[in-house]
Design a protein around this ligand. Structure first.
Ligand code: HEC
Length: 155
């Protein structure tokens, strides 16, 4: 009996049933785009467009939810990332610490933390060149300290 369960066909049916059951978890209830209250005052249009391209899916209320983001278990991971990302930093809400923004962005980019690797695999267009990183950092509100250039010029 137990042996029969391990037959390829039984295993395949079991997997399909499991994936089907996963779809019943109602993550779609969290896959919302709340109202955009404001938008960060990027100081250049280039910075705004780079941020939209590479960061807004997780750090704004303008998330694009692709078809695969609706299918479990991928949907669980995507939804978790968006909720967590928005909690940390949401460009669609007034910033908690606007003066810190440029420094924080510089840090996560320098360390290669953002955008997260799994996201980049699915969104190669979100990969930023050194020059684009520089534009994004210097285009963040509050990035007018003169030493900011030194910090990023090595890219
Ligand atoms: C796939 C979703 C996703 C994308 C895209 C993304 N982030 Fe994040 N970001 C997160 C999550 C999730 C966190 C919460 C920290 C963590 O769990 O790593 C975070 C945290 C941050 C933080 C706060 C870090 C801290 O330690 O407080 C900054 C700053 C940040 N992201 C900047 C960016 C920038 C700039 C971009 C675009 C270049 C970007 N992120 C793109 C998901 C994302």
């Amino acid at each position: 009996m137990l042996q029969r369960l391990w037959r390829p066909r039984a295993l395949a049916i079991g997997m399909i049933a499991l994936v089907a059951l996963m779809q019943l978890v109602p993550v779609w209830a969290w896959q919302t785009n709340p109202p955009v209250v404001t938008d960060v005052a990027w100081t250049t249009p280039e910075a705004a467009s780079i941020a939209r391209r590479a960061c807004y899916d997780c750090h704004s209320n303008e998330t694009v939810w692709p078809w695969y983001s609706r299918i479990a278990p991928v949907s669980w991971l995507v939804t978790y990332d968006v909720r967590k990302g928005r909690d940390e930093l949401n460009f669609s809400l007034p910033l908690r610490e606007p003066a810190e923004l440029a420094g924080e962005i510089a840090e996560v980019l320098r360390e290669g933390e953002m955008p997260p690797q799994p996201y980049l695999m699915l969104h190669p267009e979100a990969r930023l060149s050194a020059q684009e990183m520089h534009i994004l950092i210097t285009g963040a509100p509050g990035s007018n300290e003169p030493d900011r250039d030194d910090e990023t010029s090595s890219w």
